[in-house]
Design a protein around this ligand. Sequence first.
Ligand SMILES: Cc1cc2nc3c(=O)[nH]c(=O)nc-3n(C[C@H](O)[C@H](O)[C@H](O)COP(=O)(O)O)c2cc1C
Length: 271
Amino acid sequence: MFKIDALKSFVRANAHFAIQATFTKRYMRCSSVKQQLHDFKVQGKGEISSLKAQLSYEAAVALPTPEVIDEAVSLMPPRPKRIVMGITGATGAIYAIRMLEMMRRLNIETHLVISKWAMATLKYETDLSESHIRSLATASYTAKDLSAPIASGSFQHDGMVIVPCSMKTLAAIRIGFCDDLISRAGDVSLKEGRKLLLVVRETPLSDIHLDNMLTLRRAGATIFPPVPAFYTQPKDLDDLVNQSVGRMFDALGIFVDSFHRWNGFERQKKA
Ligand SMILES: Cc1cc2nc3c(=O)[nH]c(=O)nc-3n(C[C@H](O)[C@H](O)[C@H](O)COP(=O)(O)O)c2cc1C
C-alpha cells in the first residue's frame, strides 16, 4: 500500500504519458495493486494529462518492480513450541521447576520471568540457585524489564503459564494494572486471545480472590489451583507434583505421558 502512495506522488510530480504507459504495463501484472492503480488512473486522469512531460523513460525504469512488492510478504518460518512462564511469590515453586525441566526435555522453547518475591520463595523452598533456574529456560528476563519481547503482542507464542500465581499478580491482571513483566505478559496473552494458565495458590479464598478468578476465567484465562488428586494413589510428593504438572501441560494443549491418567476403576490384581 505504501508503495502505491509513493508511486502516485511520483507520477503526479513527473507525469509523462510514456512513463504512465510503462507504469501501467509493469504494475498491472501485480494483482495486489491492480484495483488501486485503476482507481488512481480514473481519479488522476485530468491531473496527469495537464502536467508537462519532464522525465525520461529511464527514470520510469527505476521504479520498483512488482517482484519487489510481492517479496515484501512471506510467512514466518516454522519454530518450536514456545511457552512463556512467570513465577510469582506464592508458595509452590516446585511446580515451576518441574515444568521447566520437562519443557527442556520436550524441546519446548521457554521464556521465563521470576518476580522479586518468587526469588525469595524459591530460595526458601528449594536448594537451587537463581542461575540454575534461569538456565533451565531458553530465555529469561527480569520482572522489571517491560521492554522484553514477551511484553508485546507481536511476539508470537503458544501460551503462558503463571506458576505459582499469587493473589497480587492475579489482581493485577484482572484490573489490567500491569507494571511488571509477568502481569504485562499475562495481560497481553489475554488481549491476543492466547492461552493463559493461572496456577493460583492461596487458601482460604476471599470474595475478592474468587471475584478476580471468575472475571479472568470469563476473559479467557484457565484458573488452575494446584489441588492434588488422590485417586492416582500417590506414593510420595513427587507423584503429587507430577500429576498436577501433567494436568497443567494438558491445559496448555501439550499432552505428556509422565503421570497416571484415570482409566475407570481398575481392579487390583490379587496374587
Ligand atoms: C513464604 C511465602 C509464601 C507465600 N505464599 C503465598 C501464597 O501462597 N499465595 C499468595 O497469594 N501470596 C503468597 N505470598 C505473598 C506474596 O509473595 C506477595 O503477595 C507478593 O507481593 C507477591 O508478588 P508477586 O506476585 O509479584 O510475586 C507468600 C510470601 C512468602 C514470603
